[in-house]
Design a protein around this ligand. Structure first.
Ligand code: CTP
Length: 390
């Protein structure tokens, strides 16, 4: 549909960027990025109408538009462009250009290929910078020497791709990356953009590998201020993937699970992370409660004396799920771990088994007393006093 409309409108269209790389690797990609030699807004509108898109989101200024189809698929259209950077790390000024120039403004050769999809030319690969060869050989290579300076977030992108694909940095690219880091170019990037990159890192499969690269190139401390890098802990945290992903499903904000892991060995440091990045109120709350909850739980679960179910429940109920795995791995005694497991597998699911309705049926007047009674019953159950409803 895109190709047909483009040729009717006299435009050339191309798939570009990550999707081309992933198609060539045989990997799945859900984002469709399309570059148009022509007005992307006009094309997006026509395609959107033909495919009955449920949303059309134009950005006049950047000459880009996104459409969202009924099945949730998003397609981004942009007019091929060159970008000018007024100063390092600034957002670029934009000017219309050809596909070749559009590809030249991109980060790495493997991300700078295009496949033409104009009707009649479908399937032609545009690879002006040798991306295919680098993809075959597993190499991350910038297109020009100023790449990391113009956009220092590419430092983090490079390390993320290294980890994801198990690739290597081309020699000159590595030198440029090291120089850009030493030159402090990452400081010029807004915390919001760094945070965006960190969220992408925590959405990767092999997070540890990327953290190792961050450490190796001296970026870890910069992006996670005051975090204590202990590889052994991080390995256990991010590599027990079965446990990790099981717990991840329970979290409301999965990427914070990653942050809790990174800060587990210096929980105080989490305040620096909160200070540095523009987080939502809820994100801040989860991190603070996470750090506090872990500290309190560590104390309680490691006590040599008998610890009651109610005590465990009351302490751990304050810990958001984003902190469970960090806590569990910090517990070094069998007994403490067993206590955590009791909470994790049993205590937190215990219900009072009677409801306000039951209390009403007993003739009790509705009021604050209800909550108190229900809570009390739950606590008694937790302590094993009330074995069942009878
Ligand atoms: N790009 C770039 N410099 C950046 C970000 C993006 O040159 N700082 C270009 C690359 O060509 C990239 C494309 O924009 O392929 C799309 O960016 P994005 O969707 O962020 O990355 P993908 O390559 O699709 O990677 P991922 O698989 O992680 O989505």
């Amino acid at each position: 549909v895109v190709g047909k409309w483009a040729s009717q409108l006299g435009m050339r269209v191309f798939l570009v960027g990550g999707i081309v790389r992933d198609l060539l690797l045989g990997h799945k990609q859900k984002d469709l990025d399309i570059v148009v030699e022509g007005d992307a807004l006009v094309l997006a509108q026509e395609v959107g109408k033909t495919l009955s898109a449920i949303k059309f989101i134009p950005h006049e200024r950047f000459k880009t538009a996104s459409i969202i189809l009924k099945n949730g698929q998003k397609i981004d259209f942009s007019t091929s462009r060159v970008e000018f950077y007024q100063h390092p790390a600034a957002l670029p000024e934009v000017e219309v250009s050809t596909i070749r120039e559009d590809l030249y403004r991109r980060d790495f050769t493997i991300n700078s290929m295009a496949i033409e999809i104009t009707y009649g030319h479908t399937g032609e690969l545009f690879d002006p910078f040798g991306g295919l060869l680098d993809l075959r050989e597993g190499i991350i290579r910038v297109l020009h020497n100023l790449s990391f300076v113009e956009d220092p977030t590419r430092i983090l992108r490079a390390l993320r791709f290294l980890g994801r694909f198990n690739f290597k940095l081309e020699e000159n690219t590595e030198k440029l990356l090291v120089d850009a880091i030493a030159g402090g170019f990452l400081h010029l990037v807004s915390p919001a953009r760094i945070l965006y990159e960190l969220k992408l890192i925590f959405a990767e499969k092999d997070i540890l590998k990327i953290l190792k690269f961050l450490k190796h190139y001296g970026v870890f401390q910069e992006v996670f201020p005051k975090a204590f890098y202990e590889e052994d802990y991080l390995r256990r945290y991010f590599n027990y993937t079965v446990e990790y992903f099981r717990l991840l499903k329970e979290t409301n904000i999965p990427w914070l699970h990653g942050v809790m892991g990174v800060y587990a060995k210096n929980l105080e440091g989490i305040e620096e992370f909160i200070k540095k990045y523009p987080l939502t109120g809820e994100e801040e709350e989860v991190l603070r409660q996470g750090a506090l909850g872990i500290k309190e739980a560590l104390k309680l679960l490691s006590l040599p004396r008998e610890v009651k179910g109610v005590e465990i429940f009351e302490t751990l109920t304050k810990l958001p799920p984003e902190g469970y795995w960090a806590l569990y791995l910090l517990l070094d005694r069998f007994r403490a771990r067993e206590r955590f497991k009791t909470y994790f597998e049993e205590l937190r699911f215990i219900k009072p088994e009677i409801t306000g309705e039951d209390l009403k049926a007993l003739g009790l007047k509705p009021g604050p007393l209800y909550r108190e009674i229900l809570h009390k019953i739950k606590m008694l159950k937790i302590d094993g006093v009330l074995k069942n409803k009878d």
